[in-house]
Each structure stands twice: as structure tokens, then as C-alpha cells.
Design a protein around this ligand. Structure first.
Ligand code: GLY
Length: 567
């Protein structure tokens, strides 16, 4: 062998040996050298919840089993948004390509009424829709989990509830950010829970064990009795007693009647990708498809990530889409949402026709399209299993710690989801969002949401599972994360880490994460009339990408304690 051939030969042997080693590692643990996993993955807002999900997958549970277990685990370890007293949405795609979406959004109680948050002069008393007993809608999470498990689960119900029960019974170590946050929350918790001792303590220390006996009892009832463990019997009695004490509206009848609902998923396309996402009563799916339709024709790759042109284009799309959201979207069981027209790509192209590269459009010049005929503590988790079944769940109490009201004796917080209704036309909700007739309060109606659990396919195969908390910013964060991967060639973790910005029609401003726009791009846009406001973190995206080699690559948001685990 001459010298060159010998070097080439040695390199080849080294390469082949490397491949062999990689496949050995892959064979034993499913992990490759890039930290991607073959057998499944869980990305959630809390390390303990991700661990619960992973254990379920390893035990032979599928993605739905893991999702149910993670939902209950988050209710224990992440009380700011994890919940049994709230609601959410689930998007599912089986390995064979079956798709479905589950709506377990809260509902207005039977005694709710359109003007329930107005004073005698007709002014909105927004504190009442945000804090305290009257802010709570009828919770949907437990029935949602029961329905998801009944349709797709493989392990027994008891097996998927038990890990959360263990965490409540035996305790778990709180993280550093939780220690700080729990201490900071005490004033509000005390205000809305007079006479209770639960969760009330001024000093919290990182690593301390937090045991929740009342919650453990509630979870035990749910484990043993399914939906009746929550919507009937002892827990229902405790919820109604709590309501009576604080002037809330949820009745036994409301609890008995609550039903989560399977809905036809919303499906659209962006270039080679199929987008499977949540229909109303979330506005998220429609708005996401509208945003993607609005920008598809533009060369975003050439503009570059967060360049002035990219920001301008996305902001103008967002301005128009959020104007539509305020007018046209509400619970489809009560209001005829013009879904077909809104997600028609031609509609978004027309809406962008008056966009001018030379100056910012004024939001006052934008109305909803004509149709023929800081506390944002939601949470999201993404899961894939060994077979390739995928689940995206976004779930919430609405604001951080919801209404702040603990159900005495049952150990869980109630949501403040009623604030997601349009309390009065023209009065913004806690996220600054406006609404009208479509989202007015009616008994039994679901309040409009922005939650956007989404699954992407490429060439008929799973591509991405994605979602985030963030109130009104949910939709734009999901939108930008998808573009980061598809247009700006980022891996999943980089796409999640990347700085975000947000525009929602009104107020007339672009909010941007600190350092998210370089000073030259910002100056160019300010000269065109865009107003910027910097703020801290926007969203906490937890997502999974399937690589072309068939491995799962996680993106756990570094803005929180979010954790990705695979095997
Ligand atoms: N509670 C926030 C949302 O549903 O959009």
C-alpha cells in the first residue's frame, strides 16, 4: 500500500469502528453521540414530571400513557400551571398517521352570565375575573385524561395515576426557582385562602421535600374511581363547599355535566410540511395556520433569522392575524367560527396585500378581515414513544397559580380561566387581548384560548411535536420555533433557545426578549415606525424533532426548569 492509500485505509477502519461503537451505544440505550434518542422522549416543564413520563415509556406504556402520567405529575410538582383544577388541549398522531385532538378546556358554570364581571355602571371589574372563586371555570383536565386514556392508553389507569400520587404522598425536592417563586407567591395565596394552612409558609428552600397529603388523597380517589373520583363524591363536595365560601359559581350539576370533547384536528400545509393543530375553542391552531400562510411566499431563509426584514414581515402577519382573533374566534359550540375561510391560504395572502416594506402599518388601520358569512403560566409537554406515536399537550390554570384559590381539603388550585372570555367588548383581558361577541360569556360555553399543541409531518412521517405556555404569545412562539427549524436550519434545542418577539395587533408594539433584535435591525425598524418594548422571557417551548436518521432530538426551554429525557 502506498502511503496515501494506507492513511485512507486507516481512516476508513477508524470510521467503521466509530460507527460500530455508535450503534452499540444506540443498541443498549437508544442514545446516539449527539444526545438524540431512538426509543422515545419526554420534554416537560419539570424534571420530576419528565422522569415520570420516561419511566412510563420504559415500562411499556405508550405516548398517551406517558402524557396522562405527566399531566397528573405536573399537577403535583408544578402547581403554577400543572393542574387537575384547570384544563387544556391535546394533539395526537399515531405512528400509523391517525390524528386526533382532544378539548378538555374549562367551561363557564351554568350560573355564569354575560355581564357577571361588570359593576352597576357597566365597567369591567377585571380583578374578579382574574382572582378568587368567581374567576374559576369548570375544570376539564381529569375528564380529558380519562378520555385520552380510554381511547388510546395501554397500561391500566391506576398505573398512570400512581406516579403522581407517589410524588404527592412521599414528596419531591423543589427546585431553586420554585423556592423563590413559592416564597414570592405567599402574599396572594394568603389573601385568597384565609384560614387555610396549605401551601402557606414564608420560607422555602431549594431541595426541601414538599409533601401534599390532601392532594395525595384526591389523586387516590381519581386513581380508584376515574372521573367520579373528581366530578362526584368527596372531591365534588369539597369544590362546591369552597365555591360557597368564596362566592364562586361551580355547582354539583356543572361538575357532573362536564365532558371533554374529541374534535376534528385542524390540518394545513407549509411548504413540504403538514401541520396538525388545535381547532377552536383554541384560537391557536387557526392563528398558526394563518401566520404560516401569510409568510409562505416570502424568502425567509434569505432574509435570515431575526433580521429586520424577517421581524417586519412576521410582525405584520401577526398584527393582522390577532385582529381576526379578536373578532372571529370563540367556542364553536356557541358561535359559528368562519374556520374554513380563515385558514384558506388565499385569505392570508389578501390580508398581507396592504403591507408596505417602507413603513409600519398602523393597527388602527387594521380591522378583522371581512368574512363571507405577565404572568402567563400555562405549561406544555411533548412526548414520543418507541413506536413513534406522538402527543402534544398544553394545559393551564390560566394565570400562574390560577385563581389562587385552593380547594380546602382537596389540595389543588382552581383555575382563573373565566378571564379568557371577553368580559366586556373593548376591555383587554390579562394578556391584553380583546374580544367581542364570539367570545362573550354564556353558561356552559368554553372561553377562547391561545394554546397551540401542534404536530408536524414531513413526507407522511412524524417531524416535530411542539407547543408552549405564554398566554397571547403562545401562537407567535410556536410559529417562530417552527420557522427556526424549517427556514433557519436550526436543530430543536437551538430553535427553542432562540430569542423571540411578539406582536398581537393591540397594543401597538413589538415586544422582544432582551437581546433578541440587534441594534441596527431595531434602528431600521424604528425608523419605519415600529415601537419596541423589551421584556423578559417569552414562552417556554418544549419540543421534539424527529431527525432524518429516525432519532428524537429534544428542545427543553432553558427559560425554566424544563427537562428533556429520552432512552
Ligand atoms: N389561558 C391561556 C390560554 O388559554 O390561552
Amino acid at each position: 500500500m502506498n502511503k496515501n492509500i494506507k492513511v485512507a485505509h486507516n481512516l476508513f477502519v477508524l470510521f467503521a469502528f466509530g460507527l460500530f461503537l455508535t450503534s452499540c451505544v444506540g443498541g443498549q440505550t437508544g442514545r446516539n453521540n449527539s444526545g438524540q434518542y431512538k426509543n422515545g422522549m419526554v420534554v416537560s416543564a419539570h424534571p420530576e414530571a419528565s422522569k415520570v413520563g420516561l419511566d412510563i415509556l420504559k415500562k411499556g406504556g405508550n405516548a398517551i400513557d406517558a402524557a396522562v402520567a405527566v399531566q397528573f405529575a405536573l399537577a403535583v410538582v408544578y402547581p403554577d400551571a400543572g393542574n387537575i383544577g384547570g384544563g387544556g388541549f391535546l394533539a395526537y398522531r399515531s405512528a400509523k398517521g391517525e390524528i386526533s385532538t382532544l378539548d378538555f378546556r374549562e367551561k363557564a358554570p351554568g350560573n355564569a352570565s354575560r355581564d357577571m364581571y361588570l359593576d352597576a355602571a357597566g365597567n369591567a371589574i377585571t380583578e374578579k375575573s382574574i382572582y378568587g372563586h368567581l374567576a374559576a371555570g369548570v375544570p376539564g383536565s381529569v375528564d380529558g385524561m380519562v378520555k385520552a386514556h380510554a381511547k388510546y392508553g395501554k397500561l391500566s389507569w391506576a398505573e398512570v395515576v400512581q406516579p403522581a400520587l407517589n410524588l404527592a404522598q412521599n414528596g419531591f425536592s423543589i427546585t431553586e426557582s420554585q423556592a423563590q417563586e413559592f416564597a414570592a407567591m405567599q402574599k396572594s395565596i394568603k389573601k385568597y385562602n384565609p384560614g387555610k394552612s396549605y401551601f402557606i409558609k414564608d420560607k422555602w428552600t431549594k431541595g426541601e421535600l414538599w409533601v401534599q397529603k390532601d392532594l395525595a388523597k384526591t389523586l387516590q380517589l381519581i386513581r380508584d374511581n376515574g372521573r367520579d373520583g373528581f366530578y362526584a363524591g368527596e372531591v365534588a363536595d369539597l369544590i362546591v363547599a369552597e365555591m360557597k365560601k368564596g362566592g364562586g359559581l361551580i355547582s354539583k350539576e356543572d361538575l357532573k355535566n362536564y365532558q371533554a370533547q374529541w374534535r376534528d384536528p385542524l390540518v394545513g400545509n407549509y411548504k413540504d410540511f403538514k401541520i396538525i393543530t388545535m381547532p377552536p375553542p383554541s384560537s391557536g391552531g387557526i392563528a398558526l395556520l394563518q401566520l404560516l400562510n401569510s409568510v409562505e411566499a416570502y424568502p425567509l431563509k434569505r432574509y435570515g433569522f431575526n433580521s429586520d426584514s424577517t421581524i417586519q414581515l412576521l410582525v405584520e402577519a401577526e398584527r393582522r392575524v390577532y385582529a381576526d382573533r379578536a373578532t372571529h374566534l370563540g367556542d364553536p359550540d356557541f358561535y359559528k367560527v368562519p374556520q374554513k375561510q380563515l385558514i384558506d391560504p388565499k385569505y392570508s395572502v389578501e390580508r398581507m396585500a396592504n403591507f408596505n416594506w417602507n413603513k409600519a402599518t398602523l393597527s388602527s388601520d387594521i380591522k378583522a378581515g371581512e368574512i363571507i358569512a405577565e404572568s402567563e403560566e400555562t405549561t406544555h409537554f411533548s412526548i414520543v414513544d418507541r413506536q413513534g406515536n406522538a402527543v402534544a399537550v398544553t394545559t393551564t390554570l390560566n394565570g400562574g397559580y390560577g385563581s389562587m384559590v385552593f380547594v380546602n381539603g382537596a389540595g389543588f388550585l382552581l383555575n382563573n380561566e373565566m378571564d379568557d372570555f371577553s368580559v366586556k367588548p373593548g376591555t383587554p383581558n390579562m394578556f391584553g387581548l380583546l374580544g367581542g361577541e364570539a367570545n362573550a360569556i354564556q353558561p356552559g360555553k368554553r372561553m377562547l384560548s391561545s394554546m397551540t399543541p401542534t404536530i408536524l409531518e414531513k413526507n407522511g412521517d412524524l417531524f416535530m411535536v411542539v407547543g408552549t405556555p405564554g398566554g397571547s404569545t403562545i401562537i407567535t412562539s410556536v410559529f417562530q420555533t417552527i420557522l427556526n427549524v424549517i427556514e433557519f436550519d436550526m436543530g430543536m434545542q437551538s430553535a427553542v433557545n432562540a430569542k423571540r418577539f411578539h406582536h398581537q395587533w393591540l397594543p401597538e408594539e413589538v415586544v422582544v426578549e432582551k437581546g433578541g433584535v440587534d441594534s441596527l435591525a431595531r434602528l431600521k425598524l424604528e425608523n419605519k415606525g415600529y415601537k419596541f418594548r423589551e421584556r423578559k422571557a417569552i414562552g417556554r417551548v418544549d419540543a421534539i424533532l424527529k431527525t432524518k436518521w429516525g432519532y428524537f432530538e429534544g428542545g427543553a426551554d432553558p427559560r425554566g426548569d424544563d427537562t428533556k429525557l429520552g432512552w
